[in-house]
Design a protein. Structure first.
Lengths: 684, 439
């Protein structure tokens, strides 16, 4: 009991200490003190349960765990040597500090956040904008509460506010989006109540709709486009007729009516002409119509409401919000979710990051909290919550504290945690590398040195798009009409080309001889090219972006080749059948979909896929070049172990494997065997 | 015969035998192989009720929630705000109509049993998909096996070289093998056109080198495995996965995965879309003895432009499914192959006017079964005049899966224990086979 009280005191002191400082970046001491507090709380819990923590891992295991866990890839040969040969007794903590402060941290965290939020880079135009925005926000240490608030409160066109991707992602699926928000940010699963009263929890369908009503004014269309079209109509209208001062007769009354009809007709015509210019706008913009309110479903069957009845927004737990004006409802909701006083927001993100670091949540599953949830180490969780608030929701600083714990230096628990069961944490859970960690580690092996920084290519493409939008909505009205005309011509050409492609496709299947098939196929390839070119021209935004690219306005930095880009720089989700997807990379359909389930194609990929062969071709692999430029068996063996396992071979391994380091074939076999070993794909 | 009677009979019969062979204990592990479909088809109760004829399942999953009103349960007399522009067309069975995007299937109606009375309470994709696949509601504390893994486990492989459960084009959230040991998990094929890749040794690798790699792998992992093998499923799984991979590399049936072995006409008949090609792959695999092939077809979530998207998408299903039925009958495989079309829920009958879309609707929706002992030419179950409520013969996800079990001659109510010692059945908690589906 006394021990317990001591903890509370220390815990409070600490919390006050850093809150008072209100500095976002923790000093070395603050970060280490916080980590130590977590460890002592854990130890106390284990002691009560008469359990012992696992042993401490060696330097090589730590090195590998730190690189993969913090920046999402294995270390290079140099990075491995630097750490292993460093005699300092502070080197573990120093490495954590330097890795959490490095751009690799951003890349790795982005993969996690992108999967949680279901970012699809190629969705319309907003996908790229949202991707770039999220990547940059994390790199800039935008606090989690601010980041979430910006998304939840977002409206407008993606080129003005890319955070609106969060809603456009689920265009016309506002209720599903809402259920996801509750699950992702507040760990509450209330999706069932969308259709009926929740059978286990105390959610009623009415309560669900009251919460969802904060987004009651959503309309997925473009105000920007309407505004521009209206401007063009006004600008291009023939000089307005003078107002007749003569007295109103029947005759000129009719003339006036005719004039109005004529004007309307002309306006409609201009609007139609301009249509091709703005066809993508409706898919990239969200409006909050304050006159609109959410309605109950038509088949609403409970007594507390009428079918199709209007619903006013109301919160169900935490601070009670009621009678919110429709102008304020979005902002109030965003603030309510992300408030430090929200009973779930802070602990949900703290627990999610804990699970990401140590393989199992203190509360598991991480997205199914109830009022009676009993996390495994309540005091640790409470402390994490305090820490999250104290670092002002800076995820980098929060993760840094977790990585600085002794727990992060302990051996993995030999037994896997039971899902959904509270677990006393003796050591981290054994985790298989994520698909992205495998992808990025293969890059390290084939390229040697890799650039962890964000590449300019995506940001550059996004900048071009936003500039094109800007140009379009500010262009001279007459120019717009000309542009629209040419776009519409390209559009009809595109439609014709599409018909041709389809006809040729049908012909290919019916070809009588291989020669004939080949001839038709060639025509098909040409037709496809033509079709694609027209398609680009028919979209003025694409056409403008292309010309800007040609003019060299690429944004800062050099464009990077696909081959060198880390997984976080490539469009998500990866296509089915790619290495990333074979290893469970997320399809971005549901929150946190990425998995690490073992499958046969994974084994086949590591055994036989040319792209995972790091040792077959010197031209394609830095690993192979380095290996075969070394002579002695001992040197070679050390090199292989350092690059694949991030440690030197033990004496026994030296003895066992040195004979294999003599000829190239044996070296190849050994390397390939290591790549398929559990020691490689699991993070100990 | 009333369904309950059938169930009692088959259960009693089954229990007697279980008691004999397993001393009254729940069967586990290799004992499951005792229940091969052939042996079970001999069970007079199951056979008498038309079950046990199927040896394979081709399970086509429409991911996203397929609209029932515009496909299997059209309502030509419903008000326009429900019906939309969808028209009902005649089929080759009097009195059964389909949506107008399914003209080819209409000519196969005599082989098909529509099930128009599905009803669940799961209106979100992930949860709905989970329920339909496993027969259980999703929980944080247990991961249930999907129907393919149940079949894989209880029916076993027909021949030993290809895993008994293959999943084509599946997304991340497929329940897979759940708590079963990893060997019952599906073999995933991401892109049917590419088939099973990386099955050939590298050019510079001879058999000697390859074998050495495998034994070095074990040597390198010796310490790691001795620490983690016992307590970690995924570590054990990688052992099994490498064994299966090597076995597959030497399989004589590998060419089943190679669609280029099909004639151009045959490939074109299934449609050039990846789904069509996936269905063709399924047929090839079933011919080689694979028990359960699931092909996922994504993109049915039409909250807006329901009727435009329908015109693009349903014809792809129509073509692939009809070609499959034609093909299987021509090859004499339809009687032993159960063809299933499933989805997680239907769509709201009343059209959302401002975006001509339909929302999620688990209260009433449709699926289909054909072949494998199913009595064709029928529509089981009924919804009201707007397809909003089931008015006859409600079917739950667990009844649906129990029916698949029954067709395969697998006891739907056989209890297997999870590692956490909880009992589970292929037919879910309370599922019963739909006896009227069987001829």
């Amino acid at each position: 009991m006394q021990v317990f009280r001591k903890f509370i005191v220390l815990f409070t002191l600490f919390a006050l200490g850093i809150t008072a400082l209100s500095a976002k970046t923790l000093t070395k001491k603050q970060a280490r003190d916080a980590a130590a507090r977590i460890d002592s709380l854990l130890t106390a819990d284990l002691k009560t349960a008469k359990l012992k923590p696992t042993g401490r891992i060696d330097a090589g295991t730590f090195l590998r765990r730190a690189y993969l866990g913090i920046i999402g890839r294995i270390p290079t040969e140099k990075e491995a040597r630097d750490f292993l040969d460093n005699p300092s007794s502070n080197k573990h903590a120093d490495l954590v500090d330097s890795l959490t402060g490095s751009p690799g941290f951003d890349s790795h965290l982005f993969n996690w956040a992108g999967d949680l939020l279901r970012v699809k880079t190629k969705q319309e135009q907003f996908g790229l904008g949202w991707h770039v925005w999220l990547r940059q926000s994390l790199a800039d240490d935008k606090p989690w509460d601010v980041l979430v608030r910006e998304m939840l409160a977002s409206t407008g066109h993606t080129s003005d506010n890319p955070a609106v991707g969060y809603y456009l992602r689920d265009r016309n699926m506002q209720l599903d989006n809402f259920s996801n928000s509750m699950q992702v940010f507040l760990g509450r699963q209330i999706g069932c109540a969308q259709c009926h009263d929740h059978p286990f929890d105390d959610w009623s369908q009415m309560e669900y709709y009251q919460m969802a009503a904060f987004g009651g004014g959503f309309e997925y269309r473009s105000a920007e486009a309407r505004k521009t079209v209206r401007r063009v109509i006004n600008d291009t209208r023939p000089t307005p007729p003078r107002k007749s001062k003569s007295k109103v007769t029947k005759k000129n009354k009719k003339a006036q009516r005719d004039l109005v009809t004529k004007k309307r007709g002309e306006a409609r015509k201009v609007g139609k002409t301009l249509q091709p210019l703005f066809k993508d706008f409706n898919k990239n913009e969200l409006i909050d119509d304050t006159a609109k309110t959410l309605r109950l479903p038509e088949d609403y069957k409970y007594k507390d409401g009428t079918p199709n009845g209007e619903i006013n927004p109301e919160t169900l737990f935490g601070e009670k919000l009621k009678n919110v004006s429709s102008a304020d409802r979005r902002d109030s909701f965003a603030k309510w979710v992300t408030s430090p006083d929200n009973p779930y927001f802070t602990k949900v993100i703290a627990n999610r990051l804990w699970a990401r670091t140590f393989g199992h949540g203190l509360q598991d599953p991480v997205d199914d909290w109830t009022e009676d949830s009993k996390p495994s180490h309540p005091q640790v969780l409470a402390f994490l919550e305090t820490t999250m608030k104290a670092v002002d929701y800076d995820l980098r600083q929060f993760c840094r504290v977790l990585f600085l714990t002794n727990l992060f230096q302990r051996e993995c628990d030999p037994t896997e945690p039971e899902p959904g069961t509270p677990l006393l944490v003796r050591g981290p859970a054994l985790q298989r590398m994520s698909a992205e960690q495998i992808y990025d580690s293969m890059l390290v092996l084939t390229r040697g040195e890799i650039n962890d920084s964000q590449l300019a290519a995506n940001a550059g493409r996004w900048e071009n798009y936003t500039k094109s939008v800007e140009k379009l909505v500010t262009a001279d009205s007459r120019d717009l009409l000309v542009l629209a005309e040419s776009a519409s011509q390209a559009d009809s050409a595109y439609r014709e080309a599409r018909v041709e492609v389809r006809a040729l496709q049908a012909k290919v299947a019916k070809a009588k001889s291989p020669a004939e098939r080949r001839k038709i196929y060639e025509a098909l390839v040409d037709a496809r090219k033509k079709r694609n070119a027209y398609k680009k021209q028919s979209n003025p935004l694409d056409a403008m972006s292309m010309s800007m690219m040609a003019m060299g306005a690429r944004g800062k930095g050099k464009p990077a080749g696909k081959a060198t880009a880390r997984a976080s720089e490539l469009p998500a989700p990866f296509n089915p059948g790619t290495l990333v997807r074979e290893f469970g990379g997320s399809d971005r359909a549901a929150p946190s979909s990425g998995d690490t389930i073992p499958t046969v194609p994974q084994a086949l990929a590591l055994l036989n896929d040319p792209t995972t062969d790091i040792v077959g071709d010197r031209r394609r692999s830095s690993f192979a070049r380095g290996l075969f430029s070394r002579d002695g068996a001992e040197d070679r063996l050390e090199y292989i172990f350092l690059r694949l396992y991030s440690r030197r071979p033990t004496t026994e391994e030296q003895r066992n494997f040195a004979p294999l380091a003599k000829d190239e074939t044996s070296l190849r076999d050994l390397t390939r065997a290591m790549l398929t070993s559990n020691r490689f794909i699991f993070i100990q | 015969m009333n369904p309950n009677q059938l169930n009692d009979l088959s259960r009693r019969n089954f229990l007697t035998r279980t008691a004999r062979t397993c001393f009254g204990l729940t069967i586990a592990g290799s004992a499951a192989e005792l229940f091969s479909p052939r042996a079970l088809a001999a069970d007079p109760a199951i056979a008498k009720a038309g079950g046990g004829k199927a040896k394979h399942v081709i399970y086509l999953y429409m991911s996203g929630g397929m609209t029932h009103l515009d496909t299997f349960d059209p309502k030509p007399d419903a008000p326009a705000e429900y019906r939309g522009p969808t028209e009902a067309i005649k089929t080759n069975v009097d009195g059964i109509q389909l949506g107008h995007c399914l003209p080819m299937l209409a000519k196969h109606m005599d082989k098909v049993a529509l099930i128009r009375s599905l009803n669940t309470t799961q209106g979100a994709h992930e949860q709905g998909k989970y329920l339909m696949h496993t027969g259980y509601t999703q929980r944080g504390s247990i991961s249930h096996p999907s129907s393919g893994s149940w079949v894989s486990r209880l029916a076993g492989a027909e021949n030993g070289t290809i895993p008994p459960f293959v999943l084509v084009g599946g997304g991340n959230n497929h329940p897979g093998g759940g708590f079963f040991e990893p060997k019952y998990s599906p073999l995933p094929i991401g892109d049917p056109q590419k088939g099973l890749r990386n099955v050939k040794q590298r050019k510079d690798t001879d058999d000697k080198s390859f074998d050495r790699q495998l034994s070095l792998r074990e040597q390198l992992d010796h310490d790691f495995d001795s620490r983690f093998h016992k307590g970690q499923r995924s570590v054990r799984a990688y052992g099994e996965v490498y064994d299966s991979a090597v076995k597959l590399m030497h399989s004589k049936d590998l060419e089943a995965f190679d669609l280029s072995k099909e004639s151009a006409d045959s490939r074109a008949a299934y449609g050039s879309d990846p789904f069509g090609q996936g269905v063709l792959l399924a047929r090839r695999l079933v011919e080689r003895g694979v028990r359960f092939v699931e092909v996922e077809f994504g993109g049915f979530d039409w909250h807006y432009d329901n009727f435009e998207q329908m015109e693009e998408k349903i014809p792809i299903l129509d073509q692939a499914l009809s070609t499959l039925l034609t093909d299987l009958s021509a090859k004499g495989l339809l009687d032993e192959t159960l063809v299933v079309v499933a989805t997680e829920f239907g769509r709201s009958p009343k059209i959302v006017a401002d975006r001509s879309g339909r929302n999620h609707y688990p209260k009433a929706f449709s699926c289909l079964m054909a072949g494998g002992g199913i009595k064709g030419g029928q529509a089981y179950g009924k919804t009201d005049e707007t397809a909003s409520n089931v008015v006859e013969n409600k079917v739950g996800a667990s009844d649906f899966n129990a029916s698949i079990a029954h067709a395969m001659g697998i006891p739907y109510d056989l209890t297997l224990m999870s590692p956490s010692k909880r009992p589970f059945k292929m037919g879910g908690k309370n599922g019963k086979p739909i006896s009227l589906l069987f001829g």
